[in-house]
Design a protein around this ligand. Structure first.
Ligand SMILES: C[S@@+](CC[C@H](N)C(=O)[O-])C[C@H]1O[C@@H](n2cnc3c(N)ncnc32)[C@H](O)[C@@H]1O
Length: 278
């Protein structure tokens, strides 16, 4: 992916209510994700979400699942933030146009006064970019009822390398990897997100029933991933070499890259795997 410097992306990330800025983060949300979301719903994460279409579509369709989108580069993450802002603006304006005159208006980022000053205080913290100080007094993200329609989605700017720093043992129910960078040179194979190096990290944060799902157009990367899965004691639940053979697969949400490759007629591989406890 070609990266462009996006002016003001750091500030935008720091100010965004959905985003945890890991740079300078003193206390990790590790072990506190359910408190942060304010519920016990399953936690699904996508590593390398790019502009975030996949995870936002999933979050809209599955309000009872908490989604965390992880992206290494600020300049890419900021595109996902902008997209989510647009979606929330649309939903908020739909909601408010459906309201009767005199009914409480839906609040968008500090636009209206709220009767609940405690929530407002947290909200101010969030828009100041201080939502990151979450482990002392966990701010209940889910209590922003009506203000953020997508209250089941959080973004993080971080490198997959650091995943165990931010997620505790058994804390995650599903990991999605979509069209991860192939790192074709052998000497870079450890950097592939399906290498043994990363599989060990995923095993440590997935709960015993947890699932890893991986999609790619890259056959070499897929072959490599199958070998690594087997070598590391994971069991394959699905091994599909042409997901859209008979038209767009039904149990699937396309990512930005997937749409592009699908339109070019490239076969898409998908695997699902579960770690076998030893
Ligand atoms: C080829 S793009 C695919 C984007 C998206 N998943 C899709 O399918 O449209 C790979 C994305 O993974 C991100 N990425 C690569 N290595 C990463 C890492 N170690 N940790 C987090 N994100 C990473 C890249 O910045 C990029 O946005």
């Amino acid at each position: 992916m070609r990266l462009k410097h996006v002016k003001g992306s750091q500030e935008k990330i720091a100010a965004d209510i959905h985003t945890i800025q890991t740079d300078g983060l003193e206390k990790s949300p590790r072990g506190s994700w359910h408190k942060l979301f304010g519920n016990d719903n399953p936690i699904h994460i996508e590593i390398g979400m790019g502009k975030g279409k996949f995870i936002m579509d999933l979050a809209r369709e599955n309000p009872d699942i908490n989604f965390i989108g992880i992206e290494k580069f600020s300049s890419v993450l900021v595109r996902a933030i902008e997209k989510l802002e647009e979606l929330e603006k649309e939903e908020n304006s739909e909601n408010s146009s459906n309201m009767k005159v005199g009914e409480n208006q839906v609040n968008i980022a500090g636009s209206e006064e709220n009767e609940n000053s405690e929530i407002d205080e947290n909200f101010e913290k969030n828009i100041d970019g201080k939502m990151i100080e979450i482990s002392d007094e966990i701010s209940n993200y889910n209590s922003f009822e009506g203000k953020i329609p997508y209250k089941n989605i959080i973004f993080m700017r971080m490198d997959a390398e650091e995943i165990e720093k931010y997620f505790d043992k058994d804390e995650v129910d599903r990991i999605y990897l979509n069209f991860s960078d192939p790192w074709p040179k052998k000497r870079h194979s450890k950097r592939r997100l399906t290498s043994s190096y990363f599989l060990t990290k995923y095993k440590n944060i997935l709960n015993p029933e947890g699932i890893l799902q991986f999609k790619t157009d890259n056959n070499d990367l897929f072959d490599f991933s199958l070998k690594e899965i087997e070598k590391n004691n994971w069991t394959l639940l699905e091994n599909n070499r042409n997901l859209h053979e008979n038209g767009p697969a039904k149990d699937n949400i396309m990512t930005e890259y997937e749409e592009r490759f699908y339109n070019m007629g490239k076969p898409i591989n998908r695997l699902r795997a579960k770690y076998i406890q030893v």
